[in-house]
Design a protein around this ligand. Sequence first.
Ligand SMILES: [Zn+2]
Length: 95
Amino acid sequence: MDLTNQTFGQLTVQRRATRDAHRNQRWLCVCTCGNTSTVPTTRLTSGRTQSCGCLRKKNPGRPPQNTPQDTPKQDPLNPTKPTKRKFTPPKTRRL
Ligand SMILES: [Zn+2]
């Protein structure tokens, strides 16, 4: 399996890296924040790892369902289209 140049979340696979202790193939990935990370194939393909770790720091876990600011106000008699938030990677680079 060659993952070169594929993107997983914020990570773009640059090239093959060394295998880990369990002989899993790992990949050198570059995050949109500028950091690099070496990630095993399974972590990339399963979607478990989608950033160098900066994503996790910014969003610790999933927010609770009943967060007031996250609940869109909807008129039950006039349902509007559900606002689907598409994740866009940050454009500003912070190191
Ligand atoms: Zn990052």
